[in-house]
Design a protein around this ligand. Structure first.
Ligand code: DAH
Length: 347
């Protein structure tokens, strides 16, 4: 009888110890250790269970029930505590991973094209819409393409007007995009309809209206029967498309060695539509490009017969066009990378 009493005590002690250990567990992992210690294969209660067979019928029933009840009690405590600890651990994980959605976002300011690129694209789009193709040429150009083939032989006085930056004898940073006319004509045969956007260089000091680096868009149309009327119609259509349906173009007689006749082209001021205002110096007109009929000597220089084909050409300053279009007074703003200026051109 004392034997069974001792065993009962052992079970009760084990149960109390197990419940205490369970209650004191602070992590799911600790709880698992407590479970193994209390009801695992090597636990004292498991050993007792294996000894049941050696007991009397009555003792076996008493102790068996006790062990069973203890196990159920311990399992219930384990389940309860496990639930608590899991909830607590999940909460801690959530706390750790949480984000403060009231903080202002760290957005990266999206970039956008430079105003000069925007204007080049708009100009080119107008001509592409009329069926022109885009051509390009090198910024380091030879004397032949920049001058010689454009009807400016070595001693021609018009060369000095181009303020060219030479790199070596006969090689220079191109002072205009017109050399690409020559390249386009030598690469293909008429009909040719091309526009040539590109960067140009001149020995000019940087001031409100000059930049030693600037951009032009050149245009060239060579075909059978091209006339001055085609040039006028094309440029009038261009002015309407770029500056608005109300604007007109004005042709003033001029001189370029590579065109005959030659003209300076003005567009009616987009601010006052020709009435005269401060942005056009009260004249109502703003100069945007040079143009003319391709000189027969240029056609001959590329191997064309001026009796057979004719053409017109034009060259506009992109900065000038941009200044007219946006009412900008100082060309330097395009090159200073001042975000307060550039941000005004965001899409
Ligand atoms: N290349 C000239 C310049 O830079 C502009 C020009 C004038 C281009 C008449 C042309 C043209 O194609 O026909 O001043």
């Amino acid at each position: 009888m004392s034997d069974i009493a001792g065993l009962i005590q052992t079970v009760e002690r084990e149960q109390v110890a197990a419940l205490e250990r369970i209650a004191l567990s602070t992590k799911v992992a600790e709880l698992e250790e407590a479970e193994i210690a209390a009801i695992g294969r090597k636990a004292p209660m498991s050993a007792l269970k294996r000894e049941l067979g050696g007991l009397s019928e009555e003792d076996r029933r008493t102790l068996g029930r006790l062990l069973n009840d203890a196990r159920l009690t311990i399992e219930a405590a384990l389940d309860g505590r496990r639930g608590q600890l899991q909830a607590r651990e999940e909460e801690a994980a959530l706390q750790h991973d949480s984000a403060d959605i009231t903080l202002p976002p760290r957005l990266r300011a999206p970039g956008h094209p430079h105003p000069i690129s925007i204007v080049i694209d708009r100009i080119v789009d107008v001509f592409v819409g009329m069926g022109y193709r885009v051509a390009e040429g090198p910024e380091v150009e030879t004397d032949f393409y920049s001058f010689e083939a454009l009807n400016m032989p070595a001693d021609h006085p018009a060369r000095s007007g181009f303020d060219t930056m030479y790199l070596s004898e006969g090689v220079a940073l191109r002072p205009h995009t017109s050399p690409v006319q020559v390249r386009a004509m030598m690469e293909q045969s008429p009909p040719i309809y091309v526009v040539v956007p590109g960067r140009c260089y001149r020995r000019d000091s940087f001031d409100a209206s000059h930049s030693p680096v600037f951009h032009q868009v050149e245009g060239l149309a060579v075909d059978r029967g091209i006339s001055f009327a085609d040039l006028k119609g094309t440029l009038a259509e261009f002015a309407r498309a770029l500056f608005g349906p109300e604007e007109r173009v004005r042709f003033r007689p001029s001189y370029f060695p590579f065109t005959e006749p030659s003209a300076e082209i003005d567009v009616s001021c987009p601010t006052c539509h020709g009435a005269g205002c401060a942005s056009c110096g009260w004249s109502g007109w703003l100069e945007i490009m040079g143009a003319g009929m391709v000189h027969p000597n240029e056609l001959r220089a590329v191997g064309y017969d001026p009796q057979d084909v004719s053409g017109f050409a034009f060259g506009m300053g992109v900065e000038r066009v941009a200044m007219v279009a946006y009412g900008i007074k100082d060309i330097r703003q395009f090159f200073e990378n001042d975000m307060r200026f550039l941000a005004g051109f965001a899409g």
